[in-house]
Design a binder for this molecule. Sequence first.
Ligand code: FES
Ligand code: FES
Length: 153
Amino acid sequence: MRVDVTVNGERRVADDVWEGESLLFLLRERLGLPGSKNACEQGECGSCTVYLDGVPVCSCLVAAGQAHDREVRTVEGLADGERLDPVQEAFIEAGAVQCGFCTPGLVVAAHDLLARVPHPGDPEIREALAGNLCRCTGYEKILDAVRLAASKR
Ligand code: FES
Ligand code: FES
């Protein structure tokens, strides 16, 4: 099947997409956007989080065909050209990245939180990031990064 989808503001078309193919596979393997990571492929880790019509989803759980005629925004699409999004900058500044596998999903989740709640408290931050697993950082630096990004708003 053909999938015609707007990704990061650009219309993209992929042909011969298999019905069981995930949006994550489409983005990474067909559209050359490897920012979203493939860790569990079961909706458990959040490393594949992208926006679908403005709502964060685990792209490993969304069929590519479901994105047809819709809008996807990936971690690559958060930056404004060469200028990183403040959430991306805060992750760097706070040292919230180790292996980096969880980072794209956490950045999208934090970006969504701050768009909804510009100055969240710690419980709200923890709740918003609860679906994103990190096996490296112990989460403290990640919380610091979200607090930092919020403080700069
Ligand atoms: S790879 Fe999608 S939730 Fe883990
Ligand atoms: S930095 Fe390695 S999984 Fe989070």
